[in-house]
Design a binder for this molecule. Structure first.
Ligand code: UD1
Length: 371
């Protein structure tokens, strides 16, 4: 049976998840309508993912841009209503935990259209994070919860949502391993010297380096917190390639914080294959991104996460990922040892599935459709 599925996407991590889903829906013969909200509009955060990951161009672009949470979420909802009314898909598919996710879910549910939430059931239990509001509200609005892990299934069951939940595995594994194989095939597996392109000027890829990203509101919006995190990165004894999200650049400028100093070299966000290559060539990763924590885990590089908690606790097993909320409090020696630690000598298992999650999603959407 051929379905009509409408994906609502808008921010960088959603485009990464969209790539394997678009391929799987196409392979299953479903009609796929892609609506881009415009939450991310810089080419580095949007266009390069469509071209780099072979995603069909969006059918509709809402062009909402940046704004406060209410303004951005409301603008997506207002713009989506007529599109959803016109298309009346069998499923509205929303991804992850951004304002675009919540807006898509609320618009659809109010028009009595079935909603499926990809990457359902993740919880940080940190009610100060905008992503946590978006996850919880989206899960409770949606009709079908596509959970990546056992832990996510447990969270959904604890909130009374077990009947709507299905474990599919994580579509990020599908895309990450596919791109890793392409990158390695290009270089004949010769790591790390021949790999990374697009690293910040001043990084010498022949010497050990760390990849760093920082963009969460709780790390960038407060001047004291951001200043202290940047100091800690700048003081590390190895070169640090900071792939700066525009939010970080904007907040650092507002707060009068200089990013490119000490060990830090600042560059632009990388396209997906560039990021995979940069991580493969690196000694490790320092980040507050959910996706990058998992990519480091899948690519077998140690990760240090600049947060108090993670939605991906499976990455913590065996020390592949470590949470360091306040590097300054560790003292410079302990911080440097943590950030530059070698990869653990323990197997990681496959808590995120086998790289065929998108196929499972396509099959479940067909099985659970209500007509
Ligand atoms: C959003 C998501 C976050 C996700 C991240 C991935 C929410 C609440 N946050 O955060 O969960 O991890 O995307 O990147 O939905 N900006 C630009 N160009 C752009 C987009 C943003 O310059 O194309 C700047 C603007 O200064 C803007 C700021 O970044 O005000 C924040 O953008 P926004 O989309 O609100 O949130 P992100 O921090 O990108």
């Amino acid at each position: 049976m051929s379905l009509k599925i409408l994906s609502v996407v808008g921010a960088r991590p959603q485009l990464v998840k969209l790539a394997p889903i678009a391929a799987a829906l196409g392979a299953a013969g479903h009609r796929h309508v892609i609506v881009h909200t415009g939450q991310h509009y810089d080419a580095d955060l949007s266009d390069v993912f469509f071209s780099g990951l072979g995603i069909p161009d969006p059918d509709v672009h809402l062009g909402v841009g940046s704004g406060s949470h209410g303004v951005q979420t409301g603008a997506v909802m207002a713009a989506l209503d007529p599109i959803l009314e016109r298309e009346r898909p069998d499923w509205v598919l929303v991804y992850g935990d951004t304002n675009s996710t919540l807006a898509g879910a609320v618009s659809a549910v109010k028009l009595h259209l079935p909603v499926a939430h990809l990457e359902a059931g993740l919880r940080s239990f940190n009610r100060r994070m905008p992503e946590e509001h978006n996850r919880v509200l989206t899960d409770h609005a949606a009709d079908l919860l596509l959970a990546p892990t056992e832990e996510a299934m447990r969270h959904l069951a604890a909130e009374g949502l077990a009947e709507r939940s299905v474990r599919t595995g994580d579509v990020m594994v599908d895309v990450c391993l596919r791109i890793r194989d392409t990158v390695l095939a290009r270089t004949g597996g010769d790591l790390p010297e021949s790999l990374p392109e697009g690293l910040p000027d001043g990084i010498d890829p022949e010497r050990p380096y760390l990849v760093a990203t920082l963009h969460r509101a709780e790390n960038t919006d407060d001047a004291v917190r951001l200043g202290s995190l940047v100091d800690s990165l700048a003081d590390l004894p190895v070169q640090v390639a900071l792939l700066a999200h525009p939010r970080l650049v904007a907040r650092a400028e507002t707060h009068g914080i200089k990013l490119g100093r000490g060990a830090l070299r600042v560059g632009r966000p990388l396209p997906y294959a560039g990021m995979v290559a940069a991580v493969l060539g690196s000694q490790g990763v320092i980040t507050d991104s959910g996706g990058l924590q998992k990519e480091a885990f899948l690519l077998e590089r140690p990760c240090t996460t600049l947060r108090t908690e993670t939605e991906w606790p499976e990455t913590l097993a065996g020390g592949w990922n470590e949470l360091v909320a306040d590097p300054g409090a560790l003292g410079p020696v302990h911080w440097a040892e943590t950030a530059t630690r070698p990869a653990p000598d323990v197997p990681r298992g496959t808590p995120y599935g086998d790289g065929r999650a998108a196929e499972a999603v396509a099959a479940i959407l067909a099985e659970r459709v209500r007509r």
